[in-house]
Design a protein around this ligand. Structure first.
Ligand code: ADP
Length: 506
């Protein structure tokens, strides 16, 4: 390639200056050593790589740029090559360690070519710095190792599969959950984890993945190796290959059997609690109820006695009077019967049934039941019922129970208040529903229960259970409403809740 300078076109640099520029601007380090290892050429890039200036290296043995133990072996390599022609690196190149001036070592790719200059054997080394590349791949490897250990230590089953349903990865969680070892699962169809009646799901899943969609917390049933089924929550995401093509899917499966049975237990407990709550209320009411029932029963007795007396000596006009007394006795007996019927409704444990109801009628019933004995506590009860509030779709007994709870709490709160006023209001909400308000003039909610008012077992009463408001809250929420509390202007408490209007029937 080298030709006489005279042959070059006028604006072409001489071979010499071209060579110097090339050496000086090369990104990789370029070095020339003689056969004893003495450095003849050391370019700018070498200065950056090794931190030594050219004048510190040129004329020195190249081994100064190598870390121990290579430093001490280099002379013998050159020696052997001189004697035997046995090349370890010459003509090829490989990854080696190099040493900077500050003593730190770093990885480089060194390619070495051999030639002759002025009859002397020389070696040309090209040094490519690998530090950054190595650091990046070490970081990637570390990342991969962390991910692998997360996957391995996860309690969830983490599985990947190809688009045609072959299992391609299987972690320890999957082994524990499904019972298949990695050897048993890898390469096998994912369908072996499905109960047969769920096969169709896979078709829908693949269809979604093909649209690039992932599937979040999909609750379904899968089958273990031993044939037993269990409930899982699946999260499935598409996996793409390096070219960005959909190649498969990764699935995370979480066993939710326990969560499900805990939910069922909780529901059962809540049902029991509702039942117990009603029974507790009843036992609290029993004294007052006995009092209330006594009134019609005593009246019945009185009318009966009057009738008996009137009949004995057959007084004039007795027949009409006896008829009247018996009719009145009948009315009172009916009233006693009504009280008992309401009571039975209230205690009865039954499933929630929703019917279209008039909120004012429910409120009236609740007041009759909830304020038994309130008259004796000198409480002034006021009702303000919206005349044309929309009908609501509710479980009558449950809503009645909510109101009874609120009324009982209000009357209990006011027992030692100077002013005892209870106001029950129903109001239409622009046709979208109704709002029920129970306002008292008691002392207000005690500070210590304020934040946890609607939590179960929060009470300030010695005989209290603290479940009335918790249950009321959940009943109202189950009806799509909200039970809230606010202070009453001028002292006391206001509880209010909304219920959505029943959908129109026609
Ligand atoms: P319990 O009546 O069995 O204590 P609740 O859940 O019905 O259970 O009520 C919890 C607590 O909230 C009561 O103990 C009381 O301290 C407070 N509370 C409820 N309603 C009122 C009210 N109207 N005025 C003042 N405090 C109330």
């Amino acid at each position: 390639m080298a030709g006489p300078a005279a042959k070059s076109p006028p604006d072409t640099p001489s071979d010499d200056s071209l060579f110097r520029t090339l050496i000086a601007t090369a990104v990789d380090g370029i070095m020339v050593i003689d056969e004893r290892g003495i450095v003849l050429v050391y370019n700018n890039a070498c200065e950056r790589l090794f931190q030594y200036r050219a004048k510190e290296v040129v004329g020195q043995n190249v081994k100064m740029l190598m870390p121990a133990p290579y430093r001490d072996e280099h002379d013998s390599y050159l020696d052997r090559y001189r004697r035997t022609g046995d090349a370890r690196i010459i003509g090829i190149g490989r990854e080696v360690r190099a040493a900077r001036k500050d003593g730190s070592a770093f990885p480089v790719y060194l390619s070495v070519g051999a030639g002759t200059l002025n009859g002397e054997r020389i070696f040309v080394g090209i040094v490519h710095d690998l530090s950054q590349l190595k650091a990046e791949s070490a970081a990637r490897e570390e990342q991969r190792a962390i991910m692998a250990s997360i996957v391995e230590s996860s309690n969830d089953a983490i599985i990947s599969k190809t688009l045609d349903g072959k299992i391609t990865s299987w972690n320890a969680g999957a082994h524990k959950m499904f019972g298949f070892t990695a050897e048993e699962a890898l390469g096998k169809p994912i369908a072996m984890l499905f109960p047969p009646e769920r096969f169709r799901e896979e078709i829908d899943i693949v269809a979604k993945l093909e649209k690039g969609e992932s599937i979040q917390h999909y609750e379904t049933v899968r089958r273990r190796k031993d044939g037993s089924d269990f409930e899982v929550s699946l999260t499935i995401s598409p996996l793409y290959d390096a070219a960005g093509r959909l190649a498969g899917a990764s699935k995370t499966a979480r066993d939710i059997t326990e969560r499900k049975s805990a939910q069922a237990r909780l529901q059962q407990l809540q049902d029991e609690l509702n039942h117990v709550a009603r029974l507790t209320e009843i036992s609290q009411f029993s004294t007052a109820l006995a009092h209330e029932l006594n009134q019609p029963l005593a009246a019945i007795m009185n009318y009966m006695n009057v009738a008996k007396r009137l009949l004995a000596p057959a007084k004039e006009g007795a027949q009409a009077k006896v008829q009247d007394a018996l009719a009145k006795a009948g009315e009172q007996a009916q009233r006693a019967g009504q009280i008992i019927r309401r009571l039975r409704d209230f205690v009865e444990k039954r499933d929630s049934t929703r019917t279209v109801e008039d909120i004012n009628a429910i409120a009236e019933d609740a007041i009759a039941l909830g304020l038994v004995g309130a008259k004796s506590s000198n409480i002034k009860v006021r009702t303000r019922f919206a005349p044309d509030s929309p009908a609501v779709l509710v479980d009558r007994v449950q809503i009645q129970q909510v109101m009874v709870n609120l009324l009982r709490n209000a009357t209990e709160a006011m027992t030692s208040s100077p002013k005892r006023e209870l106001t029950i209001t129903t109001a239409g909400l622009d046709g979208s529903g109704v709002e029920v308000t129970v306002a008292d003039t008691g002392p207000g909610i005690p500070k210590e229960v304020m934040d946890r008012l609607f939590k179960p077992f929060v009470t300030t009463k010695s005989g209290g259970m603290g479940i009335g408001l918790a249950i009321s809250h959940s009943i109202v929420e189950a009806h799509g409403g909200r039970l809230r509390m606010k202070p009453n202007d001028g002292g006391g408490t206001v509880f209010h809740f909304q219920l959505p209007a029943a959908p129109p029937t026609e």
